[in-house]
Design a protein around this ligand. Structure first.
Ligand SMILES: C[S@@+](CC[C@H](N)C(=O)[O-])C[C@H]1O[C@@H](n2cnc3c(N)ncnc32)[C@H](O)[C@@H]1O
Length: 270
């Protein structure tokens, strides 16, 4: 299948798929994801840099399980996966009947994905929405059938590190503006670090930004009530260890977070 037109940031979706497929093969896997292998086979991708897998493999395994739980417990029947890439959740999660899942990503990424899943049946009502998250994506989402008057479960996964602080703020402002009271949000974030830059190589490192420096402040500034955890603590609960760079107990200094948040009844940004 055609990867032409998928840019460097779009191709990072396949790096995540490689890690999810590896996790899927483990007998003690934290999350099953048969779609990951399907995407890789469609793309003809088999290999990954070993140091990248060592650094990010545990993070992806832990975040996938944490964010699965957050989405399924969010309770909303309207879900938005921002920058969904090769996320298999529309097929692999057991959604409540009638749940509508919107997937936003770049056109070439969604074109590839739609072709790859042509023979699968989603366990939700799936709406792919082509949009650039740096532009007016709110209009595209609403034109795709999204209803801002209904509570939404938002997912921001594998995206914040590609945004600078101002872009992360603009993204959350729009999310908040589109969110009815009671909406929830779940995210992961990894601080850029020397270990990360070395593992991903100079081409990808150039795409890496800070994201929100302080995820709790980022959320509270926009009116959300956050519950933000250190990646290493969540990993320990699941019986996994993260890479030492992200583990304060192992002397790691790079920070990594997993979090969820709820928007209470008063939403000043609407
Ligand atoms: C690392 S992948 C993460 C994919 C998915 N969320 C996951 O965790 O499996 C990053 C994704 O963000 C998308 N992306 C990055 N910048 C974007 C933008 N400005 N607008 C839309 N999508 C974007 C890329 O196309 C890619 O699919």
């Amino acid at each position: 299948m055609d990867l032409d037109g998928i840019d460097a940031i779009g191709r990072t979706a396949f790096e995540v798929a490689l890690l999810r497929a590896a996790e899927d093969r483990r007998p003690d896997r934290l999350a099953a994801d048969p779609c990951a292998q399907l995407f890789l086979e469609a793309a003809g991708i088999t290999e990954q840099k070993r140091d990248f897998a060592e650094l990010m493999g545990p993070q992806v395994a832990v975040r996938t399980r944490f964010l699965d739980e957050a989405l399924l417990s969010g309770g909303a029947r309207q879900v938005v996966l921002l920058a969904s890439g090769m996320d298999g959740r529309p097929w692999r999660l057991d959604w409540a009947a009638g749940t509508e899942v919107f997937e936003i990503d770049q056109a070439p990424v969604l074109r590839f994905k739609d072709a790859a899943v042509a023979s699968l049946t989603a366990s939700c009502v799936r709406h792919p929405v082509v949009a650039d998250l740096r532009e007016d994506w709110a209009t595209s989402l609403q034109q795709g059938g999204f209803r801002p008057d209904r509570p939404t479960s938002w997912l921001i996964e594998g995206l914040l590190y590609a945004l600078d602080e101002a872009a992360a703020d603009r993204l959350l402002r729009t999310v908040t503006w589109l969110s009815a009271a009671g909406s929830t949000l779940a995210f992961d974030h990894v601080e850029t670090s020397a270990a990360l830059r070395a593992a991903i190589g100079p081409d990808l490192a150039r795409l890496w930004r800070s994201g929100p420096i302080d995820p709790v402040r980022w959320l509270t500034r926009h009116g959300w009530e956050p519950d933000v955890r250190d990646l290493a603590d969540v990993a320990a609960e699941y019986g996994r260890q993260v890479h030492p760079a992200y583990d304060p107990a192992a002397g790691g200094t790079a920070r990594a977070w997993l979090g969820r948040a709820v928007l209470p009844a008063t939403n000043d940004e609407r």
